[in-house]
Design a protein around this ligand. Sequence first.
Ligand SMILES: [Zn+2]
Length: 433
Amino acid sequence: MQPKKHLSFSNLRKTISERALQIEDTRREGSVSHEIHDCCLSGFAMMFFQDPSMLAFQKRIQDYGNKNNLQTIFGVGSIPKSTQLRDVIDLIPSSSFDPIFSDFFSLLQRAKMLEKFQLFKNQYLISIDGTQYFTSENISCPGCLKKTSQKTGQTTYSHQFLGASIVHPEQRQVIPLAPEPIQNTDGNSKQDCERNAGKRLIQKIRKTHPKLNITITGDGLYSNQPFIDELKSNRMSFVLIAKPGDHKFLFNHLATVTHKIQTLEYSDDKGRQHIYRWINDVPLNGTTRAGKVNFFDYTIKAAGKTNFHSSWVTDIPVNQDNVKILVVAGRSRWKIENEYFNTLKNQGYNAEHNYGHGTQYASFNFLLFILLAFFVHQILELSDPLYQHCRSTFSSRKEYWNHLRCAIRIHIFSSYEHLLEFMITATKDPQPP
Ligand SMILES: [Zn+2]
């Protein structure tokens, strides 16, 4: 049961180590008790095992066993205390971690694991969406977004990020790309917002993947002319939600050309009606510089009642042959919320937990460690037979991680593979070795 070599845990871990070793250490010599590398890998390990108390436990194991799992599995030379970890992580510019996302992407590409994520021929569908991961009335940093209640005068601080991931309707896994923080920067009096972050993210994706064929899918926040212009200048196609409330001009126009709207309709086994409608070359809005877009919508009706309805705009010419797949693309947008954000927040990763806020980069860097841990888990789910086998011996993801966390608190394993093999054996024969 060999995983694809490039995608083995040890190679993924090594990739993170190599990038961490390149991070410039700006601390004064003499004040350094733990290497940047060890802090980064400790932070990543915590998120990998979804265990905020991992460092304390491994320090204890080190004291009596003179070895520990952070050292054997993650290559950590010396384990920082959690306060030391926070201080060091706060100093590292978050962009230092972006290359790891593209390193993983290249490894997946090289192992031919990305092909099954192509929705259209040689095209990848990238879903983008913003989400909040930190909010507090007491803890803040200069990067925090601020909102003051007019009623109570209370200021709430928050951090958000704009996530991007390759999604495919038939794949449970998603492939995250480097996210973009939505946060305030020095010398900018205006609050950052998702729309601005959207433009930065698009530029970042194109710069990182100059040759990739990309279709962006997003919610109604993005179906506006400035964002569509940004997509076009970065050679990206789009399938974006367009709601009547946000696009009065477009929907009024559609009402005048109903005779030109084409329709495809069928009933399924359960007697539900599926109605696809489309029209090409319609104005997005009423301004003179507005471009033309193609419009389509989709309705599911059962017993005369509408069960589902959504509408989109796209640059791809819509026709009878592709309207269904375009609807599938539009609806796959939800995967970023269901399979990505929901997993990060509610499936053990605790993305909304405050691991350390700092005054510079800590808040977003800890989130990046969570995303990288999630990414490594996605890759192992996709490609590592040992991981798949071990995971399948437990009824749920939660059970799986509970057992792994217990094991690393008691035993020292020589490698990640050693840990998984031990777990598989232990579940078959629960006697101590
Ligand atoms: Zn902050």
